[in-house]
Write a protein that binds this ligand. Structure first.
Ligand SMILES: [Zn+2]
Length: 272
């Protein structure tokens, strides 16, 4: 593994900053999680195809909460058929080794990091999580959805499903705990400020399987890149590649499934 920049890595380990891991869809590919471009996530109803870009909006939820929930419970069924893979598990061992120096920021809503064993405290789910819902009237608690609220048959569920999706505090309808396309990042639900603060305190940032198509991951990388050692793990070069190269970081064009466990071993070795 001569192409790893061991010196950069040991330097990052010696500093006492955060070791930050940012994950995107690429880490879940080996678990079989379909992304939005996969037809299995498209929705057809009465002969019309509704694109995920229309479905994943507050607007759709306001007009047809039953359609919206049917789609999200279907997507929850898909992720519940999947399992965390070795890359997820490597991040769990990193958290165990590194404790408070470890922080995970994920763009994924599949919940696989939590199911693998990463803690909620050290996992910022900046786009939400399909397993959780929250009150539409703003009651503060984000709650785990009842285990049997699923839609494996990809059906339009009867409106009565909404009876099971009520806030236990005030009785209002709940919504998926997901950042929709017509909404903005914020601190309360999605840890916007905390993510940027963590980036400014990082001595290492490893980006794993993220193409950099959304704003917050880019800002995290730009902020961290001012002083942190950067690693970018993805099959192909992407938005982060140039940043990594210009800061003398490491670009690894490998599947997360292989690269992350290996990288975790190197981090372990660098600590010895
Ligand atoms: Zn409420």
């Amino acid at each position: 593994m001569g192409y790893y920049n061991r010196r950069g890595l040991s330097q990052a380990m010696q500093d006492d900053g955060l070791l930050l891991f940012l994950t995107g869809a690429g880490i879940s590919t080996a678990s079989g999680i379909p992304d939005f471009s996969n037809p299995s996530t498209w929705w057809e109803w009465q002969g019309r195809r509704i694109e995920p870009l229309q479905m994943a909006t507050q607007r759709m939820f306001r007009v047809r909460p039953d359609w919206s929930w049917s789609w999200y419970l279907y997507r929850r069924s898909l992720v519940h058929r999947s399992h965390p893979n070795d890359a997820h598990l490597a991040l769990v061992s990193l958290e165990e080794q590194l404790g408070d120096r470890f922080l995970l920021i994920t763009q994924n809503v599949d919940g696989l990091h939590l199911r693998a064993g990463n803690s909620r405290e050290r996992t910022f789910q900046i786009h939400g999580n399909l397993d959780y819902h929250r009150c539409t009237e703003g009651c503060p608690e984000v709650k785990y959805l009842r285990e049997d609220l699923l839609n494996p048959g990809k059906q339009l569920l009867p409106r009565s499903v909404l009876n099971h999706l009520r806030c236990t505090e005030c009785g209002s309808l709940t919504r998926p705990h997901i950042l929709w396309f017509d909404e903005r990042y914020d601190e309360t639900w999605y840890r916007w400020e905390s993510s940027l603060k963590a980036a400014s305190q990082a001595s290492l940032l490893a980006v794993i399987g993220s193409s950099g198509n959304t704003n917050l991951p880019r800002r995290v990388a730009e902020t961290a890149g001012e002083k942190a050692f950067l690693v970018n793990i993805d099959l192909k070069d992407n938005w982060f590649s140039q940043l990594v190269t210009s800061r003398r970081g490491i670009q690894l064009n490998e599947p997360a499934l292989l690269a992350v466990p290996r990288f975790a071993q190197l981090v372990k070795a660098a600590r010895l």
